[in-house]
Design a protein around this ligand. Structure first.
Ligand code: UN1
Length: 511
């Protein structure tokens, strides 16, 4: 297949493979290494989505320097004006939504309904953050001294580095880029190597909407080569990562050494509790959507279902019957319910966990195999997999798999269910199905996680509430809504003394 070097990812030549360059200082530029990598469709690996730059340290340095130059001007643009550009981008994303969703399904594999949802999540974030441009509230407060004024304002940080995952390839970059720029920062983003195109689409739109040169820069490539240069550069003041707990530990340590702000969104092993009094039809719908939506590849995926004994066997039978019937295939087909694993390595991890579950003595109730016949043979497809009678201490019930593998765990009552739910390293999302309002409120208080749903599965957070988790899921920051504004600004307290005398706080007003 012929290849073509392009000035911009928007340009296409028929019969050619598109080559996407880095985006630095408003220009599309080749990487200093001269190396590239392929982005292939996980549903059909014969389909080459594009070729991207395999960047090195020099590219990272150039991008950070461009971002620093842009920062000097961008921080002086009034926040409402910065936000208007983001509002324009939201309108443009709406127009481009279908195309971007199709691109995303091609590079990532999740079904088209979900990639429309992912794109919509970026649009929602853009509208919300556009509004923040006219808020960015801080306190004004009385001074303890007469004729003195006190307030705190939010200031930007400077250059922010972002490392984003492949499972929400437009939504998650939007959670980071949009609040960052509305707050007056500039950015260098490294998109996941499996799904860079969706980040390009987002940044192309922001650029078309008027984001100035250098405010957002993309450097594509592999974490092993460009992760450290990005984190360690002295001009980078904040690092935001969504990824694995393992990578989070490395990034958090690197950031701590140089006192950089650092936001980590890491793993999850999210429990959904189903009590005897639950609406079982609803719980089944929720458990299937939460467990197998996005092929189980969400940090918020419902990977543990804890079911009270009175409804256990009915729930398990009906859940397995429906899991077996889920239509697996190429996500561009509107009738498909579950796409492939994102890549071969993820598929192998999923299959390894099936073996681990079997060897631990869990009951494999359905699935567990790769699908590789007929149309499946060019992709990384798996059967929806359900284990029953899982002991909460088994590895399949403790470790994040990130695939279509659900563990069902029996329990006696709500107290035991909460104990099982909380007895885990992670704490992102959680859910309870019940009709008893007292039990619902106890769970809302006692489930130790960043998110709790009542009568809904563990997935589906909305962009204007804090998103993040406890324990090994993160380091205390939140994305979404006001949490993002908190992360991308730092406070400056300002005192204006208009008394024309020296007034000493804590001393002159002491008696
Ligand atoms: C993730 O899996 O990393 O709440 C993000 C949800 C989505 C975001 C998931 N809105 O499931």
């Amino acid at each position: 297949m012929a290849t073509d070097t392009l000035a911009s990812p928007a340009v296409t030549g028929s019969g050619t493979t598109k080559i996407y360059k880095n985006f630095i200082d408003g220009e599309w530029v080749e990487s200093s290494t001269g190396e590239t990598f392929e982005n292939r469709n996980p549903a059909d690996t014969r389909d080459l989505v594009g070729i991207f730059q395999k960047s090195g340290k020099a590219d990272v340095d150039t991008a950070i320097e461009a971002a620093q130059r842009a920062y000097v001007k961008w921080r002086m643009v009034p926040a409402p004006k910065r936000a208007e550009i983001v509002f324009r981008a939201a309108e443009m994303l709406l127009e481009r939504k279908e195309q971007y969703a199709r691109d995303m399904t091609r590079e990532m594999g999740k079904v088209i309904k979900e990639t429309r949802g992912d794109t919509q999540e970026a649009i929602d974030t853009a509208y919300y953050m556009a509004g923040e441009g006219r808020r960015m509230f801080g306190p004004t407060t009385p001074s303890e001294l007469p004729n003195k004024f006190a307030m705190a304002v939010r200031n930007p940080l400077g250059v922010c580095a972002m490392i984003t995952p492949w499972n929400f390839p437009m939504a998650i970059p939007s959670w980071k880029l949009l609040p960052a720029i509305v707050c007056g920062n500039t950015c260098v983003i490294k998109p996941a190597q499996d799904t860079p195109l969706s980040t390009y689409n987002l940044v192309q739109t922001l650029s078309d909407a008027g984001v100035p040169h250098g405010v957002i820069n993309i450097v594509s490539g592999f974490g092993s080569k460009i992760g450290a240069p990005l984190m360690d550069h002295p001009l980078v003041r904040a690092i935001s990562l969504t990824g694995s707990t393992e990578v989070g530990r490395i990034v958090g340590t690197a950031a701590a050494k140089n006192f950089k702000h650092c936001s980590l969104e890491l793993g999850g092993k999210n429990p959904m509790i189903v009590l005897d009094d639950a609406n079982l039809d609803l719980a089944l719908d929720g458990g299937l959507w939460g467990g197998f939506g996005t092929t189980g590849q969400r940090c918020t995926a419902t990977s543990r279902i804890i079911v009270q004994k009175g409804v256990y066997s009915e729930f398990v039978d009906r859940y397995v019957e429906r899991a077996k019937k889920l239509k697996v295939g190429n996500g561009l087909d509107e009738s498909v319910e579950m796409g492939p694993a994102v890549n071969e390595a993820q598929m192998k991890t999923d299959l390894d966990y099936v073996e681990i579950g079997k060897s631990e003595g869990a009951k494999l109730l359905c699935g567990g195999n790769r699908l590789d016949q007929g149309d499946y043979k060019y992709g990384w497809f798996l059967e929806p997999t359900v284990f029953g009678d899982v002991d909460p201490k088994m590895r399949i019930a403790q470790e994040e798999i990130f695939g279509p593998v659900v563990s069902i765990i029996p329990c006696d009552d709500l107290d035991q269910a909460i104990e099982i739910a909380n007895d885990i390293d992670y704490g992102l999302s959680s859910a309870l199905y019940t009709k008893d309002v007292n039990k619902a409120f106890r769970a809302m208080r006692d489930l130790y996680a960043g998110i709790t749903y009542i009568n809904a599965p563990t997935i589906g957070a909305e962009v204007h509430l804090p998103f993040g988790g406890v324990k090994a899921t993160g380091n205390g920051h939140r994305e979404g809504g006001i949490g993002a504004i908190d992360f991308y600004t730092e406070w400056k307290s300002i005192y204006v003394d208009y008394s024309d005398t020296l007034q000493r706080a804590q001393i002159d007003n002491a008696d």
